[in-house]
Design a protein around this ligand. Sequence first.
Ligand SMILES: Nc1ncnc2c1ncn2[C@@H]1O[C@H](COP(=O)(O)OP(=O)(O)O)[C@@H](O)[C@H]1O
Ligand SMILES: [Mg+2]
Length: 266
Amino acid sequence: MSDQCRIIAIANQKGGVGKTTSAINLAAALAEKGLKTLLVDLDPQGNASTGLGIETEQRDVTTYDLLFGDVGVSDAVKSTSIDRLFVCPANADLASADIQLMDNEDRMTILRSALRTPQGSGDFDYILIDCPPSLSLLTLNALVAADSVLVPLQSEFFALEGLSQLMLTVREVRQAANSALRIEGIVLTMYDKRNNLSQLVENDARKTLGELVFATIIPRNVRVSEAPSFALPVLQYDPNSRGSEAYRALATEMTQRHAAVLKVSA
Ligand SMILES: Nc1ncnc2c1ncn2[C@@H]1O[C@H](COP(=O)(O)OP(=O)(O)O)[C@@H](O)[C@H]1O
Ligand SMILES: [Mg+2]
């Protein structure tokens, strides 16, 4: 794979916290910046594929085939309405993946092997992986394949509760299969500044997690939730919405951190 390619798993075992929304729109924002980006849909629900306009009948080759078939990434990727943004789609086939993986010797590393080859990651600058809402073998595969994990945190009561379990899993993955796995950051999603609870969750997150929490916050914004039914990232559906601005800011914050790291290590 190319030296510059960064693989980021977007994970949180809670459903409905903004994983897929963040995967789609962060990927779109990176592509807008001129970075060639692949979104790997690793959720049997296939919401990321739908949100990027890949209809079910177009999903002839999917993430399932990438894991279990004799196909490479280039066979599975589809282009999207955004230049430089590609998706490896998923469908319900992936629902049986966890059971199939259990009997596989390479059950933890199969996605890593598929992505971390010159043919696999091609000339992508970023590969984002949209994880299912569980700490299943699929999610473990994403964490083993990734350079880092980005965690969307819904600005709601109990938001921090599931986080310790995820962090424990990250530690286990580091010990077992991917010692280089980093935490990319925690991003607060669906933030409502009129709601005191959002503020409380933010304070709590920044106090306990410090620098790991992105400065950029994703607001609750109706345009963000409407966009998938038009099969578009919100960045295209309503480019000037607050949601679009926020995802652009998140992409900028993340790429600037990466550039700073490159400078230090150069
Ligand atoms: N910033 C936001 N503003 C408004 N609605 C949002 C926002 N982010 C996500 N949603 C909505 O919340 C629901 C869950 O988001 P989703 O990204 O599918 O979560 P997950 O992938 O973690 O299950 C979806 O209906 C989505 O449209
Ligand atoms: Mg999802």
